[in-house]
Write a new protein. Structure first.
Length: 281
């Protein structure tokens, strides 16, 4: 993820961890390579000792969690015999005692680590472990979305002749990429990346050359375009609702509104009109 997006996703996850667990301190970061994670975000800290700390796989509590790909915890960090102590100075500077570390795992690959901590040597219960795991899943889902977006953007940034050639089947791939990008848009928190997605969607929509220069200009709401993109791929209202995270009745309402704006009487007419208006590829 771009650095700004990293910060947004990680800050949201750490804030959720503190609120749901009651832990006063939460921090974490993503891997910079296959063996090292950098603590980029800290929530609730009194000092800057933890920020920027580079955690090596196998070292300390977080490194152990990364190496084992599972949550790990200690009741008293500085006296624990179950971890190595490369990071004792930073941990002591912040006054942390009881700590839990949870890896962020995407498709069986560790991509980061989150921590929650107390300044007292108390045993952490199931509530704390559940909250830490839920926060790690938030980051995991954000990374999954980011990976999918990156792949689709790679398609969208290619020249039309390269991306689609002259085969009709290849144009369908472009249309499917457009639909998937539209469906992912609401899940992306980073405004700059959302703007880039919109720009690529516009590029894909105009790539097929189906826009009619004489067609009247039509403006549709973003969700109306999302629904039409699903309909163009053959989705029913129920399937479109599932893809977009909406209720079938809501999809029906967006489709009815789009048809009215486009002057269409059927779903097919609406798709054709949207393509002529340059709203769909």
């Amino acid at each position: 993820m771009p650095e700004s997006a990293d910060a947004v996703e990680m800050q949201a996850a750490l804030l959720r961890l503190r609120r749901t667990s009651g832990l006063p301190v939460a921090f974490g970061g993503l891997l910079s390579d296959s063996r090292h994670a950098r603590i980029a975000e800290v929530n609730g800290a009194r000092t800057a000792a933890l920020r920027g700390l580079v955690i090596s796989s196998g070292s300390g509590l977080g490194g152990k969690s990364m190496a084992l790909s599972r949550p790990c915890a200690v009741t008293d960090y500085r006296s624990s015999r179950h971890i190595s102590h490369e990071y004792d100075t930073a941990v002591a500077a912040e006054g942390l005692r009881s700590v839990v570390a949870v890896p962020v795992v995407v498709r069986r690959e560790v991509r980061g680590v989150l921590y929650g901590a107390l300044r007292e040597p108390l045993t952490l219960g199931d509530r704390t472990f559940d909250a830490a795991a839920a926060a790690a899943r938030d980051v995991e889902q954000a990374l999954v979305v980011r990976d999918e977006v990156r792949q689709l953007l790679a398609v969208g940034h290619q020249e039309p002749d390269t991306a689609a050639g002259t085969a009709a089947g290849a144009w369908e791939d472009v249309r499917e990429a457009h639909r998937e990008l539209r469906a992912l848009m609401p899940k992306v928190l980073d405004p700059a990346l959302r703007d880039e997605l919109l720009a690529v969607c516009g590029r894909l929509a105009s790539a097929t050359g189906t826009r009619d220069p004489g067609a009247r200009e039509v403006r549709l709401a973003p969700r109306e375009v999302d629904v039409l993109a699903c309909v163009a791929a053959g989705a029913t209202n129920a399937v479109a609702a599932d893809r977009l995270g909406l209720r079938p009745e809501t999809v029906k309402g967006y489709l009815r509104s789009a048809m009215r704006r486009l002057g269409a009487h059927t779903r097919l007419e609406a798709v054709v009109a949207a393509r002529r208006a340059g709203l769909l590829p």
